[in-house]
Design a binder for this molecule. Structure first.
Ligand SMILES: *Cc1c(COP(=O)(O)O)cnc(C)c1O
Length: 447
């Protein structure tokens, strides 16, 4: 088992000589479209630390984009994966099925909100699962149109690019995109304040604005599904105003439209609940999971009401690798770890710790326009002092300096001005606070 010292340590400048060599090899061998946030190459990772090839130990506030929620190489996962690899690596679930796949489906049916009969189907990536959720909704309703929202991110495949809002870098030059995709206005409290205090705080009002667009520009009788992230990820960790999700869901129910939540980033304990939609007490028709589901093994899922999930014809769903046995073993070990170690509660503790610290920073710094998020999915939105004008330059500078100081931190947001924190839930309070202190120090220096 990995025993990586849990402290930040700079053995060389960042990047060090071995990373620099690998960066040169990468430029010569890998397509430039595949970019890297960090200028260092990983050698090991455990707890709250990623160690690079030069022996630098970095504080991990990114979890490989919300994937290693239970910590890298989590002991139960390592054991389960080793055991499964020794037995068989692949038979294809569509050819010779195996228990692990069924057990993951049972676990998902149990863990997702809603008490009715459910079914699940497994895939490889978040994008692939989103595509399948749309396929399922279309066969169930016999309709074609799909609505997604401003600031949405649903993936990089053709259909999911169409669902995604932001052009650069996700869509630019990659069209034409899938037809019958429509976009509705999102509830974005920090920016909706421009439309008056009520729009920022009244989720039902923001939902009315969205439903007007959906009703008039698409029409309920054409609409198969509405898909939404209950907390938007790449779009800027946007938490919609209270009541927004429920009002959109109510409209969907009244019009026989399938309500899909994309919990690829917000799911699996990340938000301080197993699924973020639980914070709003809503029960969606379909839930898409991926990222945190299997501690880094490629796995994704669609879970939902049995009559919807069973709409596609026999053999209509599947894929060569979907629900790979090694990934399923990792997912079962991940779920066991979340439950045995109380990690949902740990995410809620991290929220309290981070919001307290970041809230105090915000009180003294007008460049921090907003502190938001849930659980271990927290962000700060950086603006020109005292305005809502996005400051992407500052965000970029801050991230680059944090990386050189040994802190892995990511940016996001439609305007590129959101600093997001996605620490593994196994990080110690000390490391987490040290990481934020480093960022606070850099922010003070930039002033
Ligand atoms: C990452 C992400 C996806 C896409 O998942 P991939 O595994 O990268 O295809 C879809 N939706 C959301 C909300 C995501 O964060």
């Amino acid at each position: 088992m990995s025993t990586l010292e849990q402290s930040r340590h700079l053995a060389t400048e960042i990047p060090g000589p071995l990373s620099t060599e690998l960066i040169a090899r990468k430029s010569a061998a890998v397509a430039r479209g595949v970019a890297n946030t960090m200028p260092v190459y990983a050698a090991r990772a455990f707890g709250g630390i990623v160690e690079d090839v030069d022996g630098n130990r970095l504080i991990d506030l990114g979890s490989g984009i919300a994937v290693t929620t239970i910590g890298n190489s989590s002991p139960r996962v390592v054991e389960a994966v080793r055991d499964q690899v020794g037995k068989f690596t692949h038979t294809c679930f569509m050819v010779t099925p195996y228990e692990g796949y069924v057990a993951v489906a049972e676990a998902l049916n149990r863990l997702t909100p809603g008490t009715g009969e459910k079914r699940s189907a497994l895939f490889n990536s978040g994008s692939e699962a989103v595509e399948n959720a749309i396929k399922i909704a279309r066969t169930y309703t016999g309709r074609q149109a799909v609505v997604s929202f401003d600031h949405a991110y649903h993936g990089r495949t053709n259909l999911t690019m169409a669902l995604t809002a932001k052009s650069m870098p996700y869509k630019h030059g990659f069209g034409p995109f899938a037809p019958e995709i429509y976009r509705a206005p999102m509830s974005y409290p920090f920016r909706d304040a421009e439309f008056g205090k009520e729009m920022a705080t009244d989720g039902e009002l923001a939902a009315k604005r969205a439903i007007n667009v959906i009703d008039k520009q698409v029409g309920a009788e054409n609409l198969a599904a509405v898909i939404i992230e209950p907390i938007q990820g790449e779009g800027g960790f946007i938490v919609p105003a209270d009541g927004f999700l429920q009002a959109v869901l109510d409209w969907c129910r009244a019009n026989d439209v399938v309500f899909i939540v994309d919990e690829v980033q917000s799911g699996f304990a990340r938000s301080g609940a197993m699924f973020a939609c639980e914070h709003e007490g809503i029960v969606p028709d379909l839930i898409v999971s991926a990222k945190g589901i299997a501690d880094g093994m490629p796995l994704s899922a669609v879970t939902g009401r049995a009559e919807i999930m069973d709409a596609p014809h026999v053999s209509g769903l599947g894929g060569t690798y979907g629900g790979n046995p090694v990934a399923c073993a990792a997912a079962l070990a991940t779920i066991e770890t979340i439950e045995a170690e109380g990690l949902v509660q740990r995410a809620a503790e991290i929220e309290t710790l981070m919001k307290d610290k970041l809230g105090r920073m915000q009180a003294e710094d007008e460049r921090i326009g907003d502190v938001r998020g849930r659980g271990a999915m927290i962000a700060v939105e950086l603006v020109e002092p005292g305005t809502t004008e996005p400051d992407a330059e500052l965000t970029k500078k801050l991230c680059a300096s944090a990386h050189r100081a040994g802190v892995i931190v990511l940016s996001c947001g439609t305007f590129g001005n959101v600093l997001r924190f996605l620490p593994p839930l196994t990080i110690s309070d000390e490391l987490l606070l040290e990481g934020i202190d480093v960022i606070a120090g850099i922010l003070a220096d930039i002033r």
